[in-house]
Design a protein around this ligand. Structure first.
Ligand code: CAO
Length: 548
């Protein structure tokens, strides 16, 4: 048995990188190449693998530390006889990496040396030295003809078995053509395309010669060949940026990591299907698609980072019958979940004294029937709500998608919740403020009939500014309706009851209509809601106000 000091290997020129993860603990037995720590530079992360199999004796770094090449990571007790014979190297683990000095690396430019003149010139570019690995996959083509690139910008990303790297532009210029596509296999010296030098100065073809990026791709590379070979000079940064991250939890390339960061996806949640458990771009897309589908279906627990409810087999408690939900039911479920989660709801309550309204309505019933309409409280509610929306326009708005504007509406369309055998539907009555009670009664009856017969067209259910949900004919003393976003308010109407009301001298029986006004507190303040409700109640209590 022998003790060996483990040091930070060559980081491809990057210094003072952050230790973002310690993947082993003292006492752990590790195999060659098992990840010890994960470090992260400005743009990419990489693991530092164990140079040999053995038992971790100590760890000298902690998460959050900054490390550079040669810093001590810890100590390992080697297991093998060979290791025992070998004195613990004092060199960094990276020392074990097969060094390939820059000067030994072949020039990759397929073109002639660049002229120093100011004239524009097209230059062929070639795949640089891949560190002895041939036939690596092109996993990303980062540019297209016409793109302007700066020296060092990524042209393509290639990936071998263990690492990926970008192939940077050897000089600034305009991409004339790209000779490879995603999925191609390329080797050192292969034609990559043509770059046109942007302006004065030689295309630094010599830079490619000086600094060919390298990547270790051999799947069976011994531990001593860490996944990162030290490339020469300036392009080493790019190599480090593109190294795959291997950690106990996630194995993914920089491009996938970047995309995950942009999309706010926690990579550890993504099911990996790539070689050796690598998370691929397709995996990421599949994960996002799944999340979107779940969210759209209103699946419980999806959204707002809520933990999902456990699946329960109800048959264990008694006989059950599992039936498919109707399409309307599913859409309603998704909408309700979305609105409930997105809209900060407040619900305000009041009772409207509709004793006089009821007297008037009943007195008009016969006449209404002669006209072929049924005069229920709903047309009055529609008319009163329209008047309130005009009087208190703070409710006749929607929040703009950009989160920075309010859309104020100069029309008054009101949705009416209809209970149908297939589920809840909300047809919309247009320009309610411009229509009379008979017209509204007729339209409400027609739309409710269409809803129940499944004959509503999509346009019949669009464009509402506000919704009325009346459960008056069904019963209940009150309920808190869910705002139907992008509307910002909804009125829940419950069953009219006769209540004793104090008139200053005595209690008198009055017909009181319970109202519940839910609103989106992002758009509407309590004061607005109070005014809206007070106005609405005053109109319902004395419908003559509608004439004012
Ligand atoms: N209190 C007491 N009685 C009421 C009432 C109330 N608030 N509202 C209506 N009524 C009475 C009507 O006057 C009518 O009685 P008459 O026949 O004696 O006149 C009776 O109840 C039945 O009315 P209706 O259902 O035929 O018509 P409506 O205009 O009241 O309602 C509609 C139309 C489409 C709103 C209703 O049929 C409906 O589907 N309501 C359910 C809405 C719903 O599901 N909301 C919940 C959505 S989830 O938030």
């Amino acid at each position: 048995m022998a003790k060996q000091v483990i040091k930070v290997p060559d980081l491809g020129g990057a210094d003072q990188v952050d230790v973002i993860e310690i993947t082993v603990a003292v006492g752990d037995t590790v195999a060659e190449e098992d990840s010890l720590i994960v470090v992260e530079g400005d743009k990419a992360s990489m693991d530092v693998p164990s140079p040999c199999a053995g038992k971790i004796l100590s760890i000298s770094v902690k998460e959050g530390d900054k490390v550079s090449e040669g810093d001590v990571i810890g100590e390992i007790e080697t297991e093998t006889a060979a290791a025992e014979d070998t004195p613990a190297p004092a060199e960094p683990a990276g020392e074990a990496v097969a060094e390939q000095p820059a000067e030994e690396q072949p020039a990759q430019a397929a073109s002639a040396a660049a002229p120093a003149a100011q004239e524009e010139k097209e230059e062929k570019i070639a795949v640089p030295d891949l560190g002895g690995s041939d036939s690596v996959d092109v996993i990303e083509v980062c540019v297209q003809p016409g793109d302007e690139v700066a020296e060092g910008d990524s042209l393509i990303v290639v990936e071998g078995d263990k690492a990926s790297m970008d192939v940077p532009a050897p000089f600034a210029g305009t991409v004339v053509s790209i000779a490879v596509s995603e999925g191609d296999k390329v080797s050192t010296g292969d034609d990559l395309g043509v770059l046109k030098v942007v302006s004065g100065g030689a295309p630094a073809q010599d830079k490619v010669e000086e600094a060919p990026a390298k990547v270790e791709t051999a799947p069976a590379a011994p531990a001593s060949q860490a996944p990162v070979e030290p490339p020469a000079a300036p392009q080493r940064d790019h190599q480090v940026e593109r190294n795959l991250t291997v950690s106990a939890e996630v194995y993914a390339g920089p491009a996938v990591r970047k995309l995950a960061r942009e999309l706010g996806v926690t990579l550890s949640k993504v099911k990996a299907t790539g070689p050796r458990g690598r998370v691929t771009k397709d995996d990421l897309h599949a994960y996002i698609k799944e999340q979107v589908q779940k969210a759209e279906s209103g699946a419980v627990g999806v959204g707002a980072g809520l933990p999902p409810l456990p699946e329960i087999d109800f048959s264990q408690f008694g006989p059950v019958n599992v039936e498919p939900m109707t399409k309307i039911h599913k859409v309603t479920a998704a909408n309700m979940a979305r609105n409930w989660l997105n809209v900060p709801h407040v619900t305000q309550f009041d009772d409207a004294d509709i004793t006089e309204l009821e007297e008037f309505r009943k007195s008009m019933k016969a006449e209404a029937e002669k006209r072929g309409v049924k005069l229920t409280p709903v047309p009055f509610l529609l008319k009163a709500a329209a008047a309130a929306l005009r009087a208190e326009p703070s409710f006749n708005v929607s929040l703009h998608n950009d989160g920075e504007h309010i859309v104020r509406k100069d029309y008054v369309h009101i949705g009416m919740a209809v209970d149908t055998p297939k589920g809840l539907m909300v047809p919309v009555i247009r320009d309610v403020d411009k229509k009379g009670l008979y017209e509204l009664a007729q339209e409400a009856t027609e739309l409710a009939g269409k809803a129940r017969d499944g004959k509503l067209m999509p346009k019949d259910m669009q464009g509402a500014c506000f919704t009325i949900s009346s459960l008056g004919a069904i019963g209940g003393t009150g309920f808190t309706p869910i705002v139907n976003a992008p509307e910002v308010g909804i009125l829940g109407v419950s069953k009219l009851t006769v209540k004793p009301v104090w008139n200053g001298k005595e209690f008198v029986p009055r017909q009181m209509l319970p109202l519940a006004l839910s609103y989106d507190h992002r758009a509407v303040n309590g004061g607005d809601a109070g005014r809206f409700m007070t106005y609405l109640v005053s109109v319902l209590s004395d419908v003559r106000r509608l004439l004012l």
